[in-house]
Ligand binder design. Structure first.
Ligand code: NCD
Length: 473
């Protein structure tokens, strides 16, 4: 099977079998590094890093050098035409006429998908703002597999900044795919965003339980478990219980503690000025019996959240995770360039959820100001596009950054049938809204916008909570 010419934008782009095939090739390559030289001879990789990076960029570049290919690189947006206002689409077209594969890191969420849409060569997302970082997740999963054999049934605690940590966002879906149980341990105020939890539950099935503050304190003391997720069909002690018993979960111990740095560069002013202290993972915490066998993982860089007293501890995996970035990325590059075939084990076909799309190019906009669709340079050609992921409440998911948006007003293209007097809008939660076929749906964030497009308030323009349905007769 070939992974040739594929993009890697989010971890959903790979099936479990394809991930396994990357890992077996990584094993093969790390066992015979010097023999890989020449595999990608004549190929050029462009690394475009518009956010700081040490590990990701250098390990990608090392990987390509070890494969015998060449690297062209930019790491300062000021040194490119990006600073002159060039769009991502144009950059994609140009760079893909020079290079055979592009590795992109960018602060705007959804940029990797946009680049992939316009580039004629494979694009690898090396981190797009707080959205995803799928190749870090490959290194994380590879480490879990190497150290624990099988990921299914492992209990992994995610610690720290679960709100802005893109490595966390990719890892959550990967752990769910491979059947691990996830314990969410966010620093206060840095909980996993709703759009990610929604996708986890609706697309990956399984059970998510959020714990109340009192419950948390009573059951876990210093260990701030906020929620737990269990994949479906787990022959697992926890899954058989009504609800999830955290105390039992903790007593049995966790298999890995995945620590992340507070992503201060993405904090709001309020978050930055809060002066909040972030909990530290150190020998003292790791003496707890729930961590007796826990691997300590971290995508790095660390700041203060992971103490140096952990470095010599045999449970600490973070330097190994970083080192494994080279064979994992070598395997990925070789597969996407078609220099190697993927040996994908037999796997059941997991049907993708087929959501109706909203592609009107006007009306509702992405609710995430960091989304690529909001950027000045992209406005001339890029139209917001959404998956309609729920009708109750009406919820759209941006195809670029995957943030959720709940439009307030809707109209139907069918109702107005070319007649201006029929152009009425209604509240998105009214019963009329639910009757609109997805292909006819016109959605707005605000009543003012609907009116600016020539729609008049219909009888159900206000929230139904404020307005009773009229009695018939
Ligand atoms: C991470 C990133 O850039 O998201 N680093 C990495 O790629 N290994 C984590 C971080 O910056 O905290």
């Amino acid at each position: 099977m070939s992974l040739k010419n594929r993009d890697l934008v989010t971890i959903d782009d790979l099936t479990n079998g394809e991930i396994e095939s990357i890992f077996s090739l990584s094993d093969e390559m790390s066992g015979s590094m010097s023999q890989q030289y020449g595999l990608c001879r004549g190929k050029v990789m462009a690394t475009i890093f518009f956010e700081p990076s040490t590990r990701t960029r250098l390990s990608f570049e090392t990987a390509m050098h070890r494969l015998g290919g060449s690297v062209i690189s930019v790491s300062d947006p000021r040194s490119t035409s990006f600073s002159k206002g060039e769009s991502i689409a144009d950059m994609a077209r140009i760079v893909s006429s020079y290079a055979d594969i592009i590795v992109l890191r960018h602060p705007w969420e959804g940029t990797a998908k946009l680049m992939a849409d316009y580039a004629g060569v494979p694009v690898i997302n090396a981190g797009d703002g707080g959205h995803q970082h799928p190749t870090q997740t490959l290194c994380d999963l590879y480490t879990l597999k190497k150290e624990r054999g099988d990921i299914r049934g492992l209990k992994i605690a995610l610690w720290g900044d679960l709100k802005y940590g893109r490595t966390i966002h990719s890892l959550i879906f990967a752990l769910a795919k491979f059947g691990a149980t996830i314990l969410f341990c966010p620093s206060p105020g840095l909980e996993v965003p709703e759009n990610i939890l929604r996708k986890l539950v609706t697309e990956y099935g399984g059970e998510l339980e959020k714990f109340s503050k009192n419950y948390k304190q009573a059951q876990t003391g210093a260990f701030p478990v906020d929620a737990a997720y269990i994949t479906p069909g787990q022959p697992h002690q926890l899954a058989m219980m009504p609800g999830i018993d955290l105390e039992v979960a903790m007593k049995a111990g966790v298999d890995a503690l995945y620590v992340t740095r507070p992503q201060k560069e993405r904090f709001t002013n309020e978050e930055r000025e809060s002066g909040q202290q972030f909990p530290i993972v150190d020998q003292k915490l790791m003496r707890g019996k729930e961590f007796r066998k826990a691997l300590v993982m971290h995508p790095l860089p660390r700041v203060d959240e992971l103490a140096y007293d952990m470095d010599a501890d045999p449970r600490s995996m973070y330097f190994k995770q970083a080192a494994r970035g080279v064979p994992v990325r070598m395997a990925l590059i070789a597969l996407l360039l078609g220099a190697k075939e993927a040996l994908v084990p037999e796997e059941p076909v997991v049907p993708k959820v087929d959501y109706p799309m909203y592609r009107r190019g006007y009306g509702v906009k992405c609710s995430n100001p960091r989304c690529v669709t909001w950027q000045e340079t992209e406005k001339n050609y890029l139209k917001p596009e959404f998956k309609i992921v729920s009708f109750n409440p009406l919820t759209f998911r941006c195809v670029y950054c995957e943030h959720g948006t709940e439009p307030k007003c809707v109209a139907s293209a069918e109702w107005h049938q070319g007649m201006v007097k029929n152009k009425k809008y209604h509240h998105a939660s009214s019963h009329l809204a639910k009757k609109i076929k997805p292909e006819n749906l016109i959605a707005f964030d605000l009543a003012e916008e609907a009116e600016a497009h020539g729609f008049k308030p219909g009888y159900y323009a206000q929230s139904p909570a404020k307005k009773e349905k009229p009695k018939i007769g």
